[in-house]
Design a protein around this ligand. Sequence first.
Ligand SMILES: [Zn+2]
Length: 241
Amino acid sequence: MSQRVSSRSSRTSRLRTRAAFMAAGLGATAVLGAGVAVAADTSAAAAPAATTASAVQAQAAAQARAAKAAQAAAAAKAKAKAVAAAKKAAAAAKKAAAAKKAVSWVDPVKKYALSAKFAQAGGMWQSTHSGQDFAVPSGTNVMATHGGTVVKAGGNGAGDGPAYGNAIVIKHGNGTYSQYAHLSRIDVSVGQVVKTGQHIARSGNTGNSSGPHLHFEIRKTPNYGSAIDPVAFLRAKGLKV
Ligand SMILES: [Zn+2]
C-alpha cells in the first residue's frame, strides 16, 4: 500500500517536472494554461492518493495494534522464559544443597560433652589417647560421621584390641576412616554402605572405659596407630564440635 502511494507521488512530481519543463519552453501566457492543466492533473492524481492516505492510516493503526500485540506476546514470552529460568535456578540450588549435604560431615553423637582429648596422656592408654571422647549416656544413637563402607565391626575393638570394646571402622574417601568404640550395641556389619548421619550403633562402656562415652577416631588407615586429631578434622569440615 505505501509503495503505491510513493509511486503515485513520484508520478505527481514527474508531472510537475514535465509541466515546468513545458512551461519553460512556452511563453509566459502558456505557462498559466499549462499550470492549470497540470494542477488539474495533479489534483486528479491526488484524489485517490487521499483515499489511499486514509487507508494507509487504517493500515498504520492495524500495524500499531499488531505491533502492540506482538510486543505483549514478546513480553509474555520473556516472562515465561524468566519464570522457567528462575525454576531452573531453584532446581540447581536445591541440587547443589543436596550435593553439599552428601559430602558434608556430622558429629557422631548429637548431645555430648567433650571429655578426654586426642593425644592426651594418661594411665588409661597405651601411649597417648588415640581419639576424642564424647561423654554421652549409654544407649545414645551413634551415627556415621560421613558416608562410607563399614570395614570393621565387632568386639575386641573389631580387631584393634580389647581396650576399645565393641568398635566400628568406616572407610570414607581420600584415605580417611572413622572409628567408634566402647559401643554397647553394633547395628551394622562389614561391607555395609552407610550414609552421612545414618544410625550405626548405640554408645556404651565396653572395653577399657572409665564410664559411658563414645570414643571417636579419624584414621588414615583402618588400623590403630594412624589416628589424627578428630576434633581438628571435623572443625576443618565446618563442624562446631
Ligand atoms: Zn577415648
